[in-house]
Write a protein that binds this ligand. Structure first.
Ligand code: DSN
Length: 420
């Protein structure tokens, strides 16, 4: 078996050195970006396998190229595992990532100009949920709903229902990238049914937590379409999946290929199959529970130390600190300050943020990656203490240096899967 890394080292040292640098960065610090994770070594093996050589347009049993006996095996396994885990009637595992996954659903069932009800970007929605800067926002008529600050940042369902009755959307969309609450799918479905709209849940952030039985499942609530990326809480390769009811299966498959994409990335499909196999194991269910416990512990400890969270807590894997009200700094300064102590986070707009996206008022944190490394409640409390200490003292180099030493010291005890 050739040593792939040794070959790379000899033939392209610039790329090899950058790879070593990234490995060292991932090891020495901690990843608290809620959409990131450390994938399984088995997934890394799939991604670096000869499945990347293969064109497989079409679906198992009906492809446009020969030589598909092994690609058919992996794609069939991935689809079957996805259906079983999510109790879905149909699964398409070919979307290259989150954005084409959502586009494929829209393009299958919406005409340009059709109305969709989706969450406002600053309240936790996603770019592909109709942000004006995205192509989706230009093609379809997205109408936005919001959260209610008087109700600890929960979705304002009374306002949502009123908007739905007025706008008569073709589709009601739920699913978010910065909403630290569980989702009330039954309430969405009730409102969508009242106005005759299709239902779609983009559960990219929490797809893994649903698969692991730790959060509610929109398939159980009878949603028409459920989309999820595979690399966040699910801990797999970068990719996307569409789950739907059987009556929509043909249109979804046609929309992904040949509608939107060409050949699927079969090395990625192999990794998705492996990831879904792992998600069936009891270990993964414990992991998902620990992600939630860690998030609650981190959120409670941050608040105890004086940080203001935009929803006053969390019901999932993430939280957003209002760093302007808590520490008098913007999200970019907070992110850079934490980078300097090897804690990786991301700046985040908060509901109706008066500040621009590159200098927003918030900072978003989450626990899937830290939990993968085996960190538990004690480490969450230590992280909260360090985060608040450096955000209160971002100009004090001695404090920055000492906290960086403590963070990196703790991280050495928690290896990153797949890195020696
Ligand atoms: N970029 C992802 C996130 O961080 O939430 C969503 O696409």
């Amino acid at each position: 078996m050739p040593n792939h890394r040794e070959l790379l080292k000899q033939s392209d040292p610039d790329i090899y050195d950058a790879m070593l640098g990234e490995e060292a960065r991932q090891k020495k610090g901690i990843e608290l970006i809620p959409s990131e994770n450390y994938t399984y070594p088995e997934v890394l093996a799939c991604l670096g396998s000869v499945f990347t050589n293969k064109y497989s347009e079409g679906y198992p049993g009906r492809r446009y190229y020969g030589g598909q006996e092994f690609t058919d095996i992996i794609e069939t396994i991935a689809r079957d595992r996805a259906k079983a885990l999510f109790r879905a009637e149909h699964a398409n595992v070919q979307p290259l990532s989150g954005s084409p996954m959502n586009q494929a659903v829209y393009m299958a069932f919406l005409a340009p100009g059709d109305t969709v009800l989706g969450m406002d970007l600053s309240h936790g929605g996603h770019l592909t949920h109709g942000a004006p800067v995205s192509h989706m926002g230009k093609i379809y008529n997205f109408i936005r709903y919001k959260t209610n600050p008087q109700d600890e940042g929960r979705i304002d369902f009374d306002a949502l229902r009123k908007t739905a009755l007025e706008a008569k959307p073709k589709m009601v969309l739920c699913g978010y990238s910065s909403y630290p609450r569980d989702y009330d799918y039954a309430r969405f479905k009730e409102i969508a049914d009242e106005v005759g709209a299709l239902t779609m849940a983009d559960v990219s952030h929490i797809g893994g937590l649903i698969a692991g039985g730790a959060m509610r499942n929109p398939c159980d609530a009878g949603f028409d379409f459920v989309t999820t990326t595979t690399h966040k809480s699910m801990r797999g390769p970068r990719g996307g999946m569409i789950l739907c009811r059987k009556k929509f299966a043909k249109d979804i498959d046609k929309s992904v290929f040949p509608g939107l994409q060409g050949g699927p990335h079969m090395n990625q499909v192999a990794g998705v199959a492996v990831t879904l196999g792992k998600a069936r194991q009891p270990d993964y269910r414990h992991y998902c529970q620990q992600v939630l416990t860690n998030a609650k512990t981190l959120a409670d400890a941050l608040m105890k130390e004086g940080a203001e969270l935009i929803t006053g807590g969390t019901e999932n894997h993430m939280m957003v600190i209002d760093v302007v009200s808590s520490f008098g700094i913007n999200g970019r300064v907070a992110e850079e300050t934490l980078d300097a102590v090897s804690i990786t986070t991301n700046k985040q707009i908060i509901p109706d943020d008066p500040n621009p996206p590159l200098r927003p008022s918030g900072l978003r944190l989450g626990t899937p990656a830290a939990t993968t490394r085996g960190m538990k409640e004690n480490e969450m409390r230590r992280l909260a203490g360090w985060i608040v200490k450096v955000l209160k003292n971002q100009d004090d180099q001695a404090i920055i240096d000492s906290v960086r030493g403590e963070v990196e010291g703790m991280c050495t005890q928690f290896p990153v899967p797949g890195i020696d």
